[in-house]
Design a protein around this ligand. Structure first.
Ligand code: NI
Length: 176
């Protein structure tokens, strides 16, 4: 079921989320189905459970070709529960981000270039991956939602924050 996405200003987006205690449950599967439906409906690159008002440490992400990110490299579709992120090295890089909870806007955010993430799939099987570039950026953005952090809170240069249609007038088909 497509759920409403909370928008910046809603205090629920600023709350830390709780770990999932039990895997393989009907409740968790229903949550993930709603997250898949909601992300697909908005052409999102990722979605975190608190964005639909569920304060649990669950994120989904993945990019094949995404009209919101036409130049982005592909990211494997992943459902990640109780994630833990560890930066690899000190390197950071700037990149443009958007968020379904901050519709119509884009901003440049510094992120760790490389990281290792571990967590579990919805059945409780362990996931462990190294990621870099856009993949690493998406994971950091989504997992920030689990700690109540929205990307504008990570920005260091507010001059590179603005409306998508103004910044990128040639990007057709943007819905937010
Ligand atoms: Ni977001």
């Amino acid at each position: 079921m497509i759920r409403d996405v909370l928008r910046m200003g809603d205090p629920r987006l600023l709350q830390p989320s709780e770990p999932v205690a039990r895997f393989g449950t009907r409740e968790l599967e229903t949550l993930l189905q709603d997250m898949r439906d909601t992300m697909a409906a908005h052409n999102g690159a990722g979605l975190a459970a608190p964005q639909i008002g569920v304060p649990l440490r669950v994120v989904i992400f993945g990019v094949e070709f995404n009209p919101r990110y036409p130049d982005a490299e592909p990211v494997p579709y992943t459902e990640l529960v109780n994630p833990m992120l560890t930066p690899v090295g000190d390197e950071q890089e700037d990149g443009w981000e958007g968020c379904l909870s901050v519709p119509g806007l884009r901003g440049v955010v510094p992120r760790h270039t490389r990281l290792r993430y571990v967590g579990f799939d919805p059945e409780g099987n362990r996931i462990e991956r190294d990621a870099n570039g856009f993949h690493a950026r998406v994971v950091q953005h989504e997992c920030d939602h689990l700690d109540g952090i929205l990307y504008p809170m990570r920005m260091t240069d507010m001059r590179r924050f603005g409306y998508t249609q103004v910044l990128f007038p040639d990007a057709a088909g943007e819905e937010d």
